[in-house]
Write a protein that binds this ligand. Structure first.
Ligand code: SF4
Length: 89
């Protein structure tokens, strides 16, 4: 029996949010590279939930043009916020 590898489809939300937060390196410049790093760094049992979380967070909070950092609970963990917080407040 072939064991199924966990995978994570990287759409625009997953790509953007993963890079902003710092879940993947800035060198990951393609969806495939981001997927490989996410799968490597997230426990296989959490991949499915993490995928949904990243999509929803990107859709409603960490939106492309104006991320809602003021209401985001990830400020302290987010690399993008740590670099840009002085421009936001
Ligand atoms: S702090 Fe801002 S940039 Fe970071 S995950 Fe939250 S909304 Fe996105």
């Amino acid at each position: 029996m072939v064991e199924k590898q966990p995978n994570m489809a990287v759409d625009t939300h997953v790509f953007r949010v993963s890079k902003r937060i710092g879940l993947v390196s800035q060198k990951a410049s393609t969806p495939l590279a981001v997927e490989k790093e996410l799968v490597k760094n997230i426990d296989p049992s959490l991949i499915h939930k993490a995928h949904h979380w990243l999509i929803l967070h990107g859709r409603y909070t960490c939106i492309a043009r104006n991320p809602k950092c003021r209401e985001c609970g990830l400020q302290q963990a987010c690399q993008w916020f740590q670099k840009n917080q002085f421009a936001l407040y």
